[in-house]
Design a protein around this ligand. Structure first.
Ligand SMILES: Cc1cc2nc3c(=O)[nH]c(=O)nc-3n(C[C@H](O)[C@H](O)[C@H](O)COP(=O)(O)OP(=O)(O)OC[C@H]3O[C@@H](n4cnc5c(N)ncnc54)[C@H](O)[C@@H]3O)c2cc1C
Length: 400
């Protein structure tokens, strides 16, 4: 059977693509290896950098959606943003907040597996999900053939959403020339320091707002959107400067049930912070930890082997220093451990866009489109995944 569209990948970018495709298209989703495995940033296994099976990292993400519209990959207008948001969170009116620095933290993050099931129901079996790993693809005049570990499939068009690490590997296997970059960019999360409740009086602190679907948290952009800062009530041992980032560097960004894992860690400060992150409850404290999320261009070298990312320490520290110089709080007790950071797990820019042009991928009329963050040279400081989904949906719907 020749499909209309093959989508490689089954994470959030693939989901956005399938949402955008017209209802009557016969779509095959190659989900990745049936028995998925996590890859990690380093040996501590504190933060995963890829998941090779159905759902991708979308099985683990926290679901945070930034409402600022600075990095708006597909030039989506606010109507499109609201429409996609409402598909998942129909009871939250984000329209008045769109473009501001709020972060929406849902009770239930968008999970690709559930969302694909819903789409299959809506589209009366036009969508086939197949847990197979694509090894390479080839293009002929009439169609595109994708070879998997078990068989091969053909379609008129190919959408590549294999993730920031999976997409370059698939491209390099499919062409004689190298398409992947040697480096990759990411966000890092670092500790800026502490501010007291009194010092904050000079800032108009927007309150957290609860909706039926989640919590809206305030955030603060540093100079010219170079970083986004959040405040977390500092309690228990976390009242001590730097204790929090030292603990978080050990635990990383836990996957699965964050609260259960942290409860086992017996760190009341960390548990209290995680509870606030998820629920927004008990926001008032005498002092707050200030964390910043910022992009680091070419922050890692790409390498083969079990741990595919090697940190470019100098580049990362330079980015941290720059952020400290423009953090938005006047009376801040500065961290003494600026070198500590947690990977943001927002990997992007892992393929060379010039090389893509040469092989006619991603041009307006090309039957092969890449829709994940591997092609994004910059993502700004915001959480980008929902916006990547939105851009993928727009690209897919505009192409038909
Ligand atoms: C703990 C955690 C918390 C996070 N929180 C947030 C957050 O709050 N907000 C935010 O914006 N982002 C967050 N992220 C980042 C977010 O999860 C990722 O940016 C997003 O999931 C990437 O989606 P993707 O579809 O581009 O790629 P991936 O999720 O990496 O999916 C790639 C897919 O491609 C498949 N694949 C790969 N190679 C092949 C192949 N050759 N053949 C077939 N299939 C293949 C894989 O099986 C997978 O299904 C978080 C990540 C983690 C781990």
């Amino acid at each position: 059977m020749v499909y209309d569209d093959i989508v490689v990948g089954s994470g959030l970018a693939a989901l956005g693509t399938v949402i955008g495709l017209p209802k009557n298209r016969r779509v095959l989703i190659l989900e990745g290896k049936p028995k998925g495995t996590l890859s990690f940033y380093n040996k501590t296994h504190g933060a995963p950098c890829a998941y090779s099976g159905p759902g991708g990292l979308g099985n683990y993400w926290h679901g945070v959606i930034a409402l600022g519209l600075q990095s708006n990959f597909g030039n989506a207008d606010s109507k499109d943003f609201i429409c996609l948001f409402k598909r998942f969170y129909p009871h939250t009116d984000i329209e008045p907040l769109l473009g501001r620095s709020n972060l929406f933290v849902p009770w239930k993050p968008i999970r690709p597996a559930t969302a694909f099931k819903r789409l299959q129901k809506e589209r009366q079996n036009q969508i086939t999900r197949c847990p197979q790993h694509a090894i390479r693809f080839e293009v002929s005049d009439a169609s595109i053939t994708v070879h998997t570990t078990e068989t091969r499939f053909s379609a008129k068009r190919l959408w590549i959403a294999a993730g920031a690490l999976g997409t370059p590997a698939l491209l390099d296997n499919s062409f004689e020339q190298k398409i992947s970059r040697d480096k990759i960019s990411d966000h890092i999360i670092c500790y800026v320091g502490q501010v007291t409740q009194d010092a904050l009086a000079t800032h108009t602190l927007p309150a957290t707002k609860h909706t039926c679907d989640g919590v809206l948290f305030p955030a603060f952009y540093a100079d010219n959107y170079s970083a986004i800062c959040t405040l977390k009530p500092a309690r228990f041992a976390f009242r001590q400067l730097d204790y929090g980032i030292e603990a978080r560097s050990i635990f990383g960004l836990p996957t699965g049930s964050v609260i259960t894992k942290l409860a086992r860690s017996c760190s009341p400060g960390l548990l209290s912070e995680a509870l606030y992150n998820k629920t927004g409850l008990f926001p008032n404290a005498e002092r707050y930890s200030v964390y910043a999320q910022l992009p680091v261009h070419d922050g890692y070298k790409l390498r083969t082997g079990k741990y595919p990312l090697e940190p470019e320490s100098e580049t990362i520290y330079r980015a941290i220093e720059k952020m400290h110089a423009c953090q938005p709080f006047e009376q801040l007790l500065r961290t003494r451990r600026p070198e500590l950071f947690i990977p943001g797990i927002h990997l992007h820019h892992s393929v060379t866009n010039d090389a893509l042009q040469r092989i006619n991928i991603n041009s307006e009329k090309s039957p092969i489109q890449i829709v994940d963050a591997s092609i994004q040279e910059t993502i700004g400081c915001d959480h980008h995944s929902f916006k990547i989904m939105l851009a993928a949906a727009q690209k897919a719907s505009a192409s038909c």
